[in-house]
Design a protein around this ligand. Structure first.
Ligand SMILES: *[C@@H]1O[C@H](CO)[C@@H](O)[C@H](O)[C@H]1NC(C)=O
Ligand SMILES: *[C@@H]1O[C@H](CO)[C@@H](O)[C@H](O)[C@H]1NC(C)=O
Ligand SMILES: *[C@@H]1O[C@H](CO)[C@@H](O)[C@H](O)[C@H]1NC(C)=O
Ligand SMILES: *[C@@H]1O[C@H](CO)[C@@H](O)[C@H](O)[C@H]1NC(C)=O
Ligand SMILES: *[C@@H]1O[C@H](CO)[C@@H](O)[C@H](O)[C@H]1NC(C)=O
Ligand SMILES: *[C@@H]1O[C@H](CO)[C@@H](O)[C@H](O)[C@H]1NC(C)=O
Length: 664
């Protein structure tokens, strides 16, 4: 029966995982305050409505530019939509339809508005906007990193690249997308990538002028930034030291040298004075928005952090010394009940294998996380206290801190520090939050988890096997430092000790459990290493192992990673979001994929220890060994004699429950 159940469970997983629509976030939108407002049920409102609904039946065209007007005379709604030149026609139409719906909700009364997505720009107005050069307002978005080498050389290459692109764009002609990309080698071994695009309704001269204005702005807006975007309604200029666009055929052999620059005519530009003030940046790049978000978040977190810190210092001064005593860490049950509003649903942060976790606020304002252990694991009060003390002594920068416990009747509760960012799975598996996770941050998280795990395995007095390492057990603090939670649970659940009652219980999570653990109940430090390997591959791919699918077939993440590794195209695994970010480094990512695959190897003895993993992560130059075939975890080879993924009450036998036995 179990063998029937398991595929079913995995199916449910897959369905759950993939029903979440990834709705892109607009990068910017501006509701114009100059052309006035309309009211509901007026002809303008009706026309606008018709315009937006017409997008659902829009016929795609080749140049990704759409000029649609609805209505007549002074109640006419004019719109322009344009996709970035490297966007596929079907994605383009979807982007425009989404942008339209979004913009009318964001700007419910304005006659003129503009919205800017990564892939498309959409704007409308009651005035004529077709065939007009509009360069105001300029908007610029920059990354955070500065170029630190030779300034003159940098400026020279950048200017050369962009001027070249500008000249090419202005000769491509109006029928095309007016979209040009190119690259050049810059100083300090950097390659500079550039992109320019004009709307095709403006003349070649206007396009050239618009781009010149954008390029001219770079020294003031984006001095020495390694990636920047300068945007205006009629054109965009972008560059970065990494390739941020898709390869594209721009209707022009890229080997053709830039045509000589034609100086822009300096006739007076009358466009866009006074009455148009809508900011309308076209196409944009994820990283720019992400960096803005990160800066804002950092400021917020700094403030929150300092406040928490102050409170915590007062609180901790009471019970923060080396000789922790159980009494100073014991919380009254009623205090925790009050702190969590009687474990209310609103305060529930999540539910793990060992019980539910609630957010709480103590009377002095300190925030805590309270884990209410599920009742089927009761230990005597003294035993629980003793185990708690041992586990509470495990202190490491990459472990969540235990602040206390509480016992009341059969209730067993653990009090942890509260981490505002919740857990890693909320970031890596979410297409929107994932944008906050640059490669540098992901790399830092991988390293932090490895250090925390090494401490548990080797450096702590207890030498603990975690047994349930997974993305939702990695919490993140204000600085995105990863902290492993739920360690020592086996002890607190009395599974490693004398009684036989719970030793047959498999804990762990579908997709993270090493096959030898699932099928034979054998666990060791290397089962944690396996889970770590899965985690690394998930962090790189942004996909869950337990519900991975790609377009062609249902194949789990490990099989996919392994197949691509063998075919020499391991980078196919990488999260698309990651590729657009500034800190993207294919060498380091390949190294991490290699390490991840070494950790999930089928032969337990071949998996590295966490100590070697750390050496591999830190040594950027030493060559890594070639991984052998991973232990594919698929429902069909796991069902044999275990219970499930979600793992309770397995009736397995050779259960080696002693954490101390495994040789270092
Ligand atoms: C429109 O908004 C801009 C920027 O906020 C402001 O400078 C300008 O005065 C506003 N114009 C009107 C007509 O409200
Ligand atoms: C248009 O509506 C916006 C938002 O309700 C308001 O702030 C603005 O003053 C209005 N403008 C005019 C010209 O009525
Ligand atoms: C764009 O719209 C304008 C104004 O409605 C119209 O004159 C023009 O022919 C349209 N051009 C295209 C290519 O649809
Ligand atoms: C657009 O609407 C505003 C405010 O209702 C009006 O003053 C202006 O004349 C309109 N423009 C056109 C071209 O109809
Ligand atoms: C880049 O340079 C700007 C101004 O020169 C400075 O404010 C900023 O902190 C620098 N950023 C980094 C990441 O060093
Ligand atoms: C065009 O502008 C350049 C530089 O701004 C100036 O030197 C030149 O005299 C101008 N030409 C005309 C025809 O206005």
């Amino acid at each position: 029966m179990l063998s029937l159940l398991l595929p079913l469970i995995s199916l449910i997983f897959q369905i759950q995982c993939f029903t979440v629509e990834s709705q892109p976030v607009p990068l910017n939108q501006i509701c114009s305050n100059v052309t006035g407002n309309f009211t509901v049920n007026t002809p303008y409102a009706v026309n606008l409505d018709r315009l937006i609904s017409s997008f659902s039946s829009l016929q795609s065209n080749d140049n990704g530019f759409y000029n649609i007007s609805v209505g007549d005379s002074d109640e006419k709604v004019n719109s322009i939509s344009q996709c970035r030149g490297d966007v596929k026609p079907e994605d383009c139409i979807n982007c425009i339809a989404m942008a339209g719906k979004r913009l009318v909700t964001l700007c419910p009364v304005q006659k003129e508005a503009i919205i800017w997505y990564d892939k498309c720009t959409f704007r409308y107005s009651n005035r004529t906007i077709f065939n007009r050069l509009e360069i105001f307002p300029h908007t610029s978005i920059t990354g955070t990193r500065n170029f630190t080498g030779d300034r003159d050389a940098w400026e020279k290459s950048l200017r050369g690249l962009l001027e070249g692109l500008k000249n090419r764009a202005s000769v491509i002609g109006r029928s095309k997308k007016n979209f040009v990309v190119g690259e050049t080698s810059g100083p300090s071994f950097q390659t500079l990538y550039g992109l320019v695009q004009c709307t095709p309704d403006i003349s070649e001269e206007d396009c050239s002028y618009c781009l010149s204005q954008g390029i001219a702005k770079i020294p003031s807006c984006c001095d020495l930034k390694m990636g920047s975007y300068v945007l205006s309604p009629s054109c965009i200029v972008a560059y970065a030291t990494w390739r941020f666009y898709d390869p594209v055929d721009t209707d022009e052999p890229s080997s053709v040298p830039a045509t000589p620059s034609r100086p822009p005519k300096n006739e007076t530009r009358t466009v866009m004075q006074g009455d148009k003030n809508r900011g309308v940046p076209p196409k944009a790049l994820i990283f720019a928005a992400a960096s803005v978000v990160i800066v804002v978040l950092l400021i917020v977190f700094l403030v929150v952090f300092l406040r928490l810190r102050r409170k915590k210092m007062i609180k901790n001064s009471e019970h923060k010394n080396e000789n922790i005593s159980t009494d100073s860490m014991r919380f009254n049950f009623s205090v925790l009940q009050d702190a969590t509003s009687h474990f209310s649903l609103e305060n529930k942060l999540g539910e793990g294998g060992f019980g539910a976790v609630y957010k709480g606020v103590l009377s002095d304002g300190q925030k805590i996380a309270v884990k209410r252990l599920s009742k089927n694991a009761q230990q005597g009060e003294t035993e629980f206290k003793n185990e708690f003390l041992l586990v509470a002594k495990l202190q490491h920068r990459n472990l969540v801190k235990l602040l206390g416990y509480s016992i009341e009747g059969t209730e067993r509760l653990l009090v942890y520090e509260f981490l505002p960012h919740t857990s890693l799975d909320k970031f890596i598996f979410d297409p929107i939050e994932g944008k906050q996770l640059e490669w540098e941050i992901r790399y830092k998280i991988i390293g932090g988890v490895a250090r925390g795990l090494l401490y548990l395995h080797q450096d702590s007095r207890l030498r603990i096997i975690h047994r349930d390492l997974k993305a939702s057990n990695i919490l993140l603090d204000e600085e995105m430092t990863p902290k492993i939670s739920d360690f020592g649970m086996a002890r607190l659940f009395d599974m490693d000790h004398t009684t036989q009652r719970y030793t047959n219980r498999i804990v762990g999570t579908f997709g993270y459990m090493a096959p030898e653990y699932v099928t034979h109940g054998q666990f060791s430090f290397k089962t944690d290493v396996y889970s770590f390997g899965v985690l690394v591959l998930e962090i790189i791919s942004g996909k869950k192992n337990s519900c991975f699918s790609n377009e062609d077939s249902i194949e789990d993440l490990l099989s996919f990673a392994w197949r691509n590794w063998k075919e020499g195209v391991a980078l196919n695994l990488v999260d698309k979001i990651l590729m657009t970010m500034s800190s993207y480094s294919s060498n380091m990512i390949l190294r991490c994929i290699n390490i991840g695959l070494l950790c999930v190897q089928e032969k337990v003895a071949e998996r590295p220890s966490m100590a070697s993993v750390l050496l591999m992560l830190d040594g950027h130059t030493t060559a890594l060994s070639e991984p052998s075939k991973p232990a594919f975890f698929s429902p069909s080879n796991a069902v044999s004699d275990s219970s499930s993924s979600l793992g309770h009450n397995a009736k397995t036998s050779n259960y080696n429950s002693n954490t101390e036995l495994y040789p270092r």
